[in-house]
Write a protein that binds this ligand. Structure first.
Ligand SMILES: C[S@@+](CC[C@H](N)C(=O)[O-])C[C@H]1O[C@@H](n2cnc3c(N)ncnc32)[C@H](O)[C@@H]1O
Length: 586
C-alpha cells in the first residue's frame, strides 16, 4: 500500500475532500500590452492575468521569471480518475487544446490509493459517526499509531516511521537508507517552490499548475448537474481518485445549462451507465509559468516593440552561438539567458560573435553571455565525434551538408590531401572511405584537435597529420614519393584558397612528360560578391594557375551574407600547369 502525503486530505469528510483554494485574488495587474479582447485561440503572454506587477525589464536587467506567470480561468469537469481517459476521448473537441498543456489535470489531493478507497467514508452511509471512527483509524495508520488500534503496520508505514526517527547523520545501521529516502536536491527545491506557491506543478519542467477555485455558484452548479443527470447525482460524494478534464476556453464562464448539448449527452449517458459515477463542474485557475513559454514568446515580450526578435542561432555541441545585431546589444544578457533557459540541457553556454572572422586561423572572437564558460565541446556529425575548442580553432556546422556532398564523390581507391583541414570535419570521415588521408593545418591547436579526433574515432592509422603553411604542404606532398597516390585535393579556406593554387605549377616539371602521372582532382572553395560569382571565381582560379583555359565544375555552396556567395570549384589539375616551368617559389 502506497501512502502519499496528500491522501490525508482525501481521508477527511466529504466537505473537506477537495480543499478548494479560495477564489483567486484577481487584484492582478495586466501586463502593459494586455488587450481586454482575447487575441486568438490559445495561451499568450498578452492574455490571461499576471499575478504580480512585472517591473519593466530594462536593458540588461536581471530577467524576472515571475513576470511571465499568467493565470487563466477555465471550467473543468471533475470526474473519477478511472473514467477520465474514456471521457476524454468522448469529449475531445470540447476540451482545452493548448500546446503543451494536458487537458487531463491533476490537483493536490486528487489521488487516493485503491487500497484506501474502502476505508473512506461511504458516500451513502447514514451513520456519520461510523465514518468518523473509520477516519480516525485511517489517520492513525497513516501516522504510524495503528498498533493501538490493533492493526499491524504495513512494511511501508513501518519503514517510513523508522526513517523519521533518524536524522541525516543517524543512518549508521542503514547505510543506503539515507540515499534512498532523501529526494535529490533539484526535486527538493522544486517541491519547496511548489509548497511556497501552494500549487502542484505539472507539465514539462513544472511549466503549469491547475488549482480548483472555490465557486460561489457551487450550489447552483450542483443543482444544474442534478437537473441534467437526475436526482441520483446528489446521492454520492467523491470516493477515490479524481481528475479534472479541462474544458475548452470558450466554456470558461459557462454554467452546466450553457454547456454544448454534445457534452451534456455524454455526461448523461455515463451517469446512466454507472451508479457510482459523479461529475462536478468546477472553475479552475490554470497558471502557466516562465517555463511554459517558448523562446520567441518570451523574447517578444522582453524586447521593445518593433525590434526584430533573434530566433535562430547556430549550435556547436553544447554551445549556442548568437550573431546579435547592434540593436540587440543592450539586451544581450537577457536574450542569452532566455536562449539558455529555453534550450537546456542541450545548450549549456551562450556566446555572441564579437567580430567577423578576420584572423589567420579563422577563429571567432566570442563573448560568453550565459551559462558555463567552457568553449571546449564535442560535436557529433554523421556519427563522427569531434572535439573542438571554439576559443582556439575553427568550426562551422553549416558546412556539414557540403562535406557530405564532397565525401559522396570519394571512393576506396582515393588518397585525399586536405590542405586546410581544421580539426578534421572532412579529413576524418574521408578516412573511413578512402585509402589514406594527408591532413594539414597551420593552426597548432587545430592540429592537436585533429590528432585527438582521429584517435577518438579510431582512424589515426589512416590519417597523417601535418602542421605547416598550405603552400609548403602542397609542394612537400608533390616532392615526396606519395605524390603519385594523391587523387583528391581539398582546399577549404574560402577567403584565399584560390591564391594557393600557384603551388601546383610545375609540381611535375622534373618528371618525363610522357610517363604515367596522376593528376589530382582539386576542390577549391572561394567567396564572391560579384554579379556573376561563377565567372568571378573562375577568373581568380585561372589567374592563380596562370592558365588560360581551365575546365571547371562550379557550384554555389551557400549565401554567407547578403550578396556574398561561397562557391566550390572542382577541376582536374591541367597537365600544362603540373609540367609548367614557371613555378613561382614561395
Ligand atoms: C575555413 S577553415 C576550414 C577548416 C576545415 N576545413 C573545416 O571545414 O572546418 C580554414 C582553416 O585553414 C587554416 N589555415 C589558415 N591559413 C592557413 C595556411 N596558410 N596554411 C594552412 N592552413 C591555414 C585555419 O587554421 C583553419 O583551420
Amino acid at each position: 500500500m502506497i501512502l502519499k502525503p496528500h491522501i490525508v486530505a482525501l481521508a477527511l469528510p466529504s466537505k473537506f475532500a477537495f480543499p478548494h483554494t479560495t477564489k483567486p485574488s484577481l487584484t492582478t495587474c495586466l501586463i502593459p500590452h494586455f488587450s481586454a479582447t482575447p487575441l486568438s485561440y490559445g495561451p499568450s503572454l498578452r492574455k490571461g492575468t499576471a499575478p504580480s506587477q512585472p517591473p519593466p525589464n530594462q536593458n540588461d536587467a536581471v530577467l524576472r521569471e515571475e513576470a511571465f506567470t499568467r493565470v487563466f480561468l477555465l471550467a473543468a469537469l471533475r470526474v473519477p480518475a478511472a473514467e477520465c481517459s474514456a471521457l476524454e476521448a468522448r469529449l475531445r473537441g470540447h476540451l482545452l487544446n493548448w500546446p503543451r498543456v494536458r487537458n487531463i489535470a491533476r490537483v493536490p489531493g486528487d489521488d487516493v490509493h485503491p487500497d484506501l478507497a474502502p476505508l473512506l467514508p461511504h458516500p451513502i452511509s447514514a451513520d456519520q459517526e461510523e465514518d468518523e471512527s473509520r477516519l480516525v483509524a485511517l489517520q492513525r495508520r497513516i501516522h504510524g499509531k495503528a498498533d493501538a488500534d490493533g492493526h499491524v503496520l504495513s512494511p511501508v508505514l513501518y519503514r517510513e516511521r523508522l526513517a523519521r526517527t533518524f536524522n541525516s547523520r543517524g543512518f549508521v545501521k542503514f547505510r543506503h537508507l539515507a540515499k534512498i529516502s532523501r529526494p535529490n536536491r533539484n526535486k527538493k527545491r522544486r517541491k519547496k517552490k511548489e509548497e511556497d506557491e501552494g500549487v502542484k506543478r505539472v507539465g514539462e519542467n513544472g511549466s503549469a499548475a491547475v488549482e480548483v477555485v472555490e465557486d460561489e455558484d457551487e450550489e447552483e452548479e450542483e443543482g444544474g448537474l442534478r437537473k441534467l443527470l437526475g436526482e441520483e447525482f446528489a446521492r454520492s460524494k467523491w470516493r477515490g481518485s479524481t481528475r479534472l478534464l479541462l474544458l475548452d476556453e470558450r466554456y470558461a464562464s459557462r454554467g452546466v445549462e450553457e454547456l454544448p448539448e454534445a457534452i451534456k449527452a455524454v455526461l448523461k449517458e455515463y451517469a446512466e451507465k454507472s451508479t457510482t459515477l459523479t461529475f462536478e463542474l468546477v472553475r479552475c485557475k490554470l497558471t502557466l509559468f516562465y517555463n511554459y513559454w517558448q523562446m520567441t514568446e518570451v523574447l517578444e515580450a522582453l524586447l521593445p516593440e518593433g525590434m526584430i526578435v533573434p530566433s535562430a542561432f547556430e549550435t556547436v555541441g553544447h554551445i549556442a552561438h548568437l550573431n546579435l545585431r547592434d540593436e540587440h546589444l543592450p539586451y544581450k544578457r537577457l536574450i542569452a539567458k532566455v536562449v539558455l533557459d529555453k534550450n537546456k540541457p542541450r545548450i549549456q553556454t551562450v556566446v555572441n560573435k564579437i567580430d567577423s572572422i578576420q584572423n589567420e586561423y579563422r577563429t571567432m572572437q566570442l563573448e560568453v553571455l550565459a551559462g558555463n564558460h567552457s568553449l571546449v565541446t564535442t560535436v557529433v556529425e554523421n556519427g563522427i565525434r569531434f572535439q573542438v575548442d571554439l576559443a582556439t580553432v575553427y568550426w562551422s556546422s553549416r558546412l556539414g551538408t557540403e562535406r557530405q556532398r564532397l565525401l559522396s564523390g570519394f571512393t576506396q581507391n582515393d588518397v585525399v590531401c586536405d590542405v586546410f583541414s581544421g580539426v578534421g570535419p572532412l579529413a576524418i570521415p574521408a578516412a573511413r572511405i578512402v585509402k589514406r588521408v594527408f591532413a594539414n593545418d597551420l593552426n597548432p591547436y587545430a592540429v592537436e584537435y585533429l590528432e585527438r579526433n582521429s584517435v577518438l574515432n579510431k582512424l589515426e592509422r589512416k590519417i597523417k597529420v601535418f602542421n605547416m603553411d598550405g603552400r609548403r604542404f602542397i609542394k612537400a606532398m608533390y616532392a615526396s614519393d606519395v605524390s603519385q597516390s594523391i587523387t583528391q585535393v581539398v582546399m577549404n579556406l574560402p577567403s584565399e584558397a584560390a591564391e594557393f593554387l600557384d603551388a601546383f605549377r610545375g609540381i611535375y616539371k622534373d618528371r618525363p612528360e610522357g610517363g604515367e602521372l596522376t593528376l589530382p582532382m582539386i576542390h577549391v572553395y572561394g567567396f564572391s560578391k560579384a554579379r556573376d560569382p561563377e565567372f568571378d571565381f573562375h577568373e581568380r582560379i585561372r589567374i592563380a594557375l596562370l592558365e588560360v583555359a581551365v575546365n571547371v565544375d562550379m557550384r554555389r555552396v551557400r549565401l554567407v551574407a547578403p550578396g556574398k556567395w561561397m562557391l566550390c570549384a572542382s577541376f582536374i589539375l591541367p597537365k600544362t600547369v603540373a609540367f609548367a616551368n614557371t613555378a613561382l617559389d614561395a
